[in-house]
Design a protein around this ligand. Structure first.
Ligand code: NDP
Length: 331
């Protein structure tokens, strides 16, 4: 038997979340390449908040075990790449949405989806980063691929106290970039500065409709917020600058004009972690293991039990969570 967060949907379309003891035989079967993992830690991401509360239809079938991230040890493998005892990380691939996920003591997934836990990281460290840290690193890699260098100018990070934002601030400042952190939580100035932010900016200045072209400021942007914030970030990016877009905490809309792209040569780069190819995931995790300051990792993460994870779900949707929630699924 193993314990899991178990989501069901009632006839009136309400999602119900409970802790349930499940038989091992309930784990999903795979035609080939299935790998069973004893989970150490999972996390609560924004998307897990949506799944657990049912606020948005991210869960594609019920009953569902949520959890888009996990880290643990392989206990059985029908996949040539994995054997019992291997330490593995999973992020995305529709796990916790279409396939049972990591908010459980056991999981079974397709072995193609797993990444090896780098030696320098513990299972806790890996989930302190989780999808947020890995996505923050994908944004950093995208800025670098586009040639943005520390000497080019300031980098704006929006939703800065959130999971992706916290990692982006820390990783970019560790690489020598001057990071300006946009937040709605002015009281967290000390937190953001401890992660390396050079300056804090009130997100209210970015979240309302703005002009199509504004004073040029950013050499690069990591936007986790979308909507008017992303439009304003593009409008205030310098000639030839690069905006990476990965999130929608303010909204999925993009009420912008083409002016920054056609008059200033600004590039808008989409960042997706869910279906990102394996080589890019491995590079992101290897870099997280090397470059993420451990002090920042511990500053960003707070740990909760499996039961507490259910009540954390509405809080993350309310934007009330600072940093990352790591879930000890065995507590
Ligand atoms: P968090 O909830 O941890 O962080 C989001 C942050 O955005 C909040 O902490 C808050 O930061 C800010 N925010 C919240 N509501 C609003 C609002 N109405 N207007 C402006 N800012 C707001 O989420 P994550 O960091 O885990 O994820 C961030 C976004 O990125 C989410 O939309 C998520 O779905 C997406 N995402 C996408 C991925 C991909 O593959 N593309 C992968 C991972 C996440 P503050 O108070 O500091 O302003």
């Amino acid at each position: 038997m193993f314990r899991a967060i178990y989501l069901t949907r009632s006839e009136d379309n309400q999602t119900h979340a409970e802790i349930k003891a499940l038989d091992d035989s309930a784990l999903p079967a795979f035609d080939a390449g299935g790998v069973t993992v004893q989970v150490d830690y999972s996390t609560i991401n924004y998307k897990d908040g949506l799944a657990i509360t049912g606020r948005s239809p991210v869960v594609r079938k019920f009953p569902m075990v949520p959890g888009i991230d996990f880290c643990g040890t392989v206990t059985a493998s029908e996949h040539a790449g994995w054997k019992a005892g291997d330490k593995v990380i999973l992020n995305g691939w529709g796990v916790g949405e279409a396939y049972w996920g990591g908010l459980a003591q056991q999981a079974r997934v397709n072995g193609d989806w797993l990444v090896r836990l780098p030696d320098a990281l513990t299972a806790f460290d890996a989930m302190a980063a989780g999808t947020a840290g890995y996505t923050g690193m994908l944004c950093v890699m995208a800025l670098q691929r586009q040639g943005v260098q520390p000497g080019d100018g300031e980098i704006l990070v929006t939703g800065a106290t959130g999971g992706v934002g916290s990692f982006a601030v820390s990783l970019l400042s560790a690489l020598g970039y001057r990071v300006v952190a946009s937040t709605g939580k002015q009281a967290e100035e000390g937190y953001l500065k401890s992660l390396g932010a050079a300056e804090i900016m009130d997100r209210a200045g970015l979240s309302a409709p703005g002009k199509p072209l504004q004073k040029e400021r950013w050499a690069g942007v990591v936007d986790t917020v979308g909507s008017h914030t992303l439009a304003n970030a593009c409008a205030s990016t310098r000639y030839g600058g690069v905006v990476t877009a990965c999130g929608l905490a303010q909204g999925m809309d993009f009420p912008a004009s083409v002016a920054p792209f056609i008059l200033r040569g600004v590039s808008l780069i989409g960042v997706d972690s869910v279906m990102a190819p394996r080589a890019r995931r491995e590079e992101a995790w290897a870099r997280l293991a090397r470059e993420m300051p451990r002090t920042a990792l511990l500053e960003i993460a707070q740990e909760v039990s499996l039961e507490e994870a259910i009540s954390a779900a509405p809080k993350i949707l309310a934007g009330a969570v600072k940093g990352r929630i790591v879930v000890d699924v065995n507590r």
